[in-house]
Write a protein that binds this ligand. Structure first.
Ligand code: 5GP
Length: 144
């Protein structure tokens, strides 16, 4: 059963600029910004600009645009946060943990011995998000 896309979802509002976000990367097709409830420092969300609810209804052509950006952000996050690993997550429908219904990929730096914080746990301080966004932008600027 396929579910409809709700144009009033929070990421649609972020794309329109109606809700502020800490952007780290943008191109014609994609936008990447800091998750407000990070599961680890440097947790980024990468979204296509075209409306899709999740992977189940997304056009493969949209995925072909967004996945290289997920990789670009993952590499920048590894550099910026000296990560031991990068966790990439993506949930489809509430039963799988999806809470915002505009397709997004979580890019989460991981360090040995540092447990992942809960999904949609605690709101991070705006200054911390801004500083981490700046670190990522600097790493992206260094990337070849
Ligand atoms: P999902 O559960 O749908 O995969 O994840 C949604 C993510 O969006 C969560 O990690 C949550 O912290 C994040 N999130 C929810 N509301 C906002 C918001 O208003 N701004 C930002 N930047 N992230 C949000």
């Amino acid at each position: 059963m396929s579910m409809a896309y709700d144009p009033g979802n929070i990421f649609a509002k972020i794309l329109k600029g109606d809700i502020p976000s800490h952007g780290v990367y943008e191109d014609e097709d994609t936008y990447a910004f800091m998750d407000v409830m990070p599961q680890a420092p440097g947790h980024v969300l990468v979204i296509p600009k075209v409306p899709s609810r999740n992977m189940l209804d997304a056009d493969p052509a949209v995925l072909a645009k967004v996945i290289p950006v997920v990789q670009k952000i993952a590499r920048a996050a590894q550099d910026a946060f000296e990560a031991d690993g990068i966790f990439i997550a993506q949930f489809n429908e509430p039963a799988a943990g999806q809470t915002v219904f505009h397709l997004h990929f979580h890019v989460i730096p991981r360090h040995e011995d540092q447990p992942l914080r809960p999904h949609t746990g605690k709101m991070e301080d705006g200054a911390v998000l801004a500083a981490n966004a700046e670190k990522l932008r600097a790493a992206l600027a260094q990337a070849v």
